[in-house]
Design a protein around this ligand. Structure first.
Ligand code: ADP
Ligand code: MG
Length: 404
């Protein structure tokens, strides 16, 4: 699914009201659209609907019970973009710089010309890892769940970015969140993945381990700490503070270049009290270990850090409990659980999940309850009959198509 900003210009404020019904219905019955949109007279509504359908912002769905329309990802994008524009957070839309499995990353600009990043969450867009998880998804799917879950992911990421930033962690500045999108500051740096030469790998390595431990001291585990989610800024290491004038980094000797990591991508963050905290912690640590070994042939002679060490530091000298602060800010434990369950169901495993050397844990998990689930599924199919089939096909279908 690509963000296509062109057609937004031709939409009227009335067109945007068609969303109203999709709060409670994935497929909104046509008469309800008229009613909720508050547009008087049938022809106005029908004009809006046909406008929106032409640009693929909504899609017609016929099923056994009634005809209606459902919002597409494209439609939801427009609603979010419209809100960001109204709030003067985004003035113009530029290039897409990243296509993750679960998000699109787009450079946008403020009216001042300042560049920013728009991250559009697209949970459940692709990567139903196995046929079985796919079936699970269908079975547990609640109305419009991909929209709701993508919004939860955006809310979660925004909430964590905010508390991290406020507590001195090097993360982008969170600017605004709307529906399934967030706007943040653009970090002028490349992911570690793209850095071919690191002059002093031991320094960067220990700095990254320190960040993992520092996060834990504040009650948090990143959960997807890897070379894609660590942006590396090159700065001149200048302890005396003399060389303040702008310099061309190519002219600076390697020993004087300091690599400053900035951490991004927080939808998978967990509390240090999470039941699987240790597994997430170890996975984060091992991701970095493995990457440094493979890419820079660097193996630290200091073992660990272990989760036990991290907990000890956390008990002895705790920072502010940011996990608790996020909860207090409105991203509740219940929301966290809902999102986590959904991510598990659709096989979201962060950037790490796409790599060959990952993914064993989830396979095991999947096998555990297979029999039981098969039974449930059968029962449910009998209950539901076939009426929901078409809307599901189309909702997955256009997401996948749009992704090419
Ligand atoms: P995903 O959840 O799809 O992995 P990320 O938040 O990790 O999304 O972003 C994907 C990529 O987009 C990153 O690896 C990075 O290259 C780029 N990116 C994301 N946020 C920013 C930002 N604030 N500044 C600069 N680049 C960014
Ligand atoms: Mg990422």
């Amino acid at each position: 699914m690509k963000l296509d900003a062109k057609a937004i210009r031709y939409l009227t404020s009335e067109d945007f009201r068609v969303e109203a019904g999709s709060r409670n219905h994935e497929v909104v019955p046509t008469p309800l659209i008229s009613q909720l949109s508050g547009l008087r007279g049938g022809s106005g509504v029908h004009r809006s609907i046909s406008n929106l359908a032409k640009t693929n912002l909504i899609a017609k769905v016929k099923n056994a019970k009634y005809d209606g329309y459902r919002l597409t990802y494209g439609g939801l994008d427009y609603l979010a973009l419209n809100a960001h524009q109204k709030q003067k957070v985004v003035y113009s839309v530029g290039n897409q710089i990243g296509v993750g499995k679960e998000s699109d990353i787009i450079v946008v600009a403020h009216s001042s010309g300042e560049q920013r990043i728009l991250k559009i969450h697209r949970l459940g867009r692709i990567s139903f890892r196995t046929v079985k998880t796919n079936r699970d998804y269908l079975r547990h799917r609640s109305t419009g769940s991909w929209m709701y879950m993508s919004r939860l992911a955006a809310q979660k990421e925004f909430a964590f970015m905010k508390v991290l930033r406020e507590n001195g962690f090097a993360v982008p500045e969170p600017i605004s969140q709307n529906r399934h999108t967030i706007v943040m500051s653009l970090v002028d740096a490349f992911p570690l993945r793209q850095i071919s030469k690191v002059p002093r790998p031991e320094a960067l390595y220990s700095e990254l381990m320190d960040i993992i431990l520092e996060l834990a001291r504040f009650g948090l585990i990143h959960g997807d700490f890897n070379e894609f989610n660590i942006l590396i800024k090159e700065e001149v290491d200048d302890p005396d503070g003399k060389g303040k004038a702008p310099v061309n980094l190519d002219d600076v000797p390697d020993e004087m270049i300091k690599l400053v990591p900035i951490i991004i991508d927080f939808p998978q963050m967990v509390s240090i009290d999470h039941v699987n905290a240790e597994m997430y912690f170890d996975r984060d640590v091992n991701c970095i270990k493995r990457y440094f070994q493979r890419k820079f042939h660097f193996v630290s002679d200091v073992p660990g850090p272990t989760f036990a060490e991290a907990r000890k530091k956390f008990m002895k000298n705790p920072g502010k409990r940011l996990d608790v602060e996020v909860e207090a800010s409105g991203f509740s434990r219940k929301m966290a659980r809902e999102l986590e369950n959904y991510m598990k169901e659709v096989g979201v495993d962060g950037d790490a999940g796409s790599r060959d050397d990952e993914g064993e844990e989830s396979d095991e998990e999947e096998e555990e309850s297979e029999e039981e689930e098969e039974q449930e599924e059968q029962e449910e199919q009998e209950e539901q009959g076939e009426q929901e089939e078409p809307q599901n096909k189309s909702s997955r279908g256009d997401d996948v198509d749009g992704n090419t």
